[in-house]
Write a new protein. Structure first.
Lengths: 114, 231
């Protein structure tokens, strides 16, 4: 369950940033998670409920934007969406491509609070 | 803070990696390894793939060639693997993660603080057997090796694409059992290349020694190349 370790990291970073920014209460934490990262949105959200139980983070929500897996296809000279997302080949011409342009993100985007 | 700001919703833009802290420690480790000329290999796979067996044989062969190699092994509990690896004659340390499903850079850094490895040529880090959680944690390694045994089924790479995609090279283990397990090695290769196009694949059996020379030669040439680039 690596989602728990991830939410612990998020809670630590968000708490520091919110305190430094003079927030008393965090309402929303926005994340970007790549489709190839192997992170479950559902597990992240339930882990977040356990890790965000103090006065600053309690009751806050996680908003997760899933970033699609995209590749650059040399043959077609464009960015393509592989299908299924984990088979890294161009859906148009079938050439394999290891030139991943997105899909591995584990990003803390922003914090909303008062 | 003045009173006017209290109560009005605000947004703080952070735009940073969730594992920023781990990545910073890993970057420090990587510099430290490079300065000491230690080639660091992170071995990842599911439990039972044969990481310890492959590593034991790899250490034995490297030592026989006159190289200095050490190993750090992570498991949730026991030091069984460290005991097995120590039979090779290499210095070995065990990290007991107490239930944590992966090693992180901090756990490795803590070990290295009290372990003088500057004269080692190789440090192998055998990660906790896990095909998901180990994916995101950079340990500052020079080479990430993902392993797949013929007993696991050819479709493991498709089931766990994140980890297989994160690797630099792949080692297929227990090749001597391929026929008995009805494992089609061509399909295993095809699946590895589907999730990680072009990845270099070694087929090995630590038991019979098949493919081991090629694998150990590769480690030697990769280390030499890294050192040449660092100079």
């Amino acid at each position: 369950m690596h989602e728990f370790s991830l939410t612990v990291e998020i809670a630590e970073q968000v708490s520091k940033a919110a305190a430094a920014g003079g927030m008393a209460r965090v309402h929303l934490v926005r994340l970007r998670i790549g489709g190839l990262s192997g992170v479950s949105e559902e597990a992240m959200k339930s882990c977040w409920q356990c890790t965000s139980d103090d006065a600053l983070l309690g009751g806050s929500q996680l908003e997760i934007e899933t970033v699609p897996v995209t590749l650059h296809c040399k043959q077609c000279r464009q960015i393509v969406l592989p299908e299924p997302s984990w088979v890294l080949e161009c859906p148009q011409c079938g050439s394999p491509s290891d030139d991943l342009r997105s899909g591995r993100e584990l990003e803390l985007v922003s914090v909303e609070g008062t | 803070m003045n009173d006017a700001t209290v109560g009005s919703p605000r947004i703080l833009e952070l735009r940073r990696g969730i594992l920023k802290k781990n990545d910073e420690v890993a970057a420090r480790l990587r510099r430290r390894y490079a300065e000491a000329g230690v080639f660091v290999v992170n071995l990842v796979s599911g439990p039972g793939t044969g990481k310890t067996r492959l590593l034991e044989e790899t250490l034995r062969r490297l030592l026989a060639r006159g190289a200095k190699a050490a190993a750090l092994v992570g498991d949730p509990e026991t030091d069984n693997d460290a005991q097995r690896l120590a039979r090779s004659g290499a210095p070995v340390r065990q990290i007991r993660t107490r239930g944590v499903c992966h090693l992180d850079a901090e756990m490795v850094a803590l070990q290295l603080d009290s372990w003088k490895l500057d004269d080692a040529h190789y440090l192998f880090i055998e990660n906790v057997g896990n095909l998901v959680c180990t994916t995101h944690y950079d340990l500052g390694e020079s080479l990430r090796v993902v392993m797949l045994s013929v007993t696991e089924g050819e479709d493991k790479p498709l089931k766990y694409p994140g980890l297989f995609h994160s690797a630099d090279v792949a080692v297929i283990t227990k090749s001597d059992l391929a026929e008995a397990c009805e494992c089609d090695l061509a399909v295993a290769r095809k699946n590895l290349w589907a999730v990680r196009p072009g990845i270099r694949i070694f087929e090995t059996s630590a038991k019979t020694g098949a493919g081991m020379d090629e694998w150990v030669d590769f480690l030697g040439s990769h280390r030499a190349r890294d050192n040449a680039m660092a100079e």
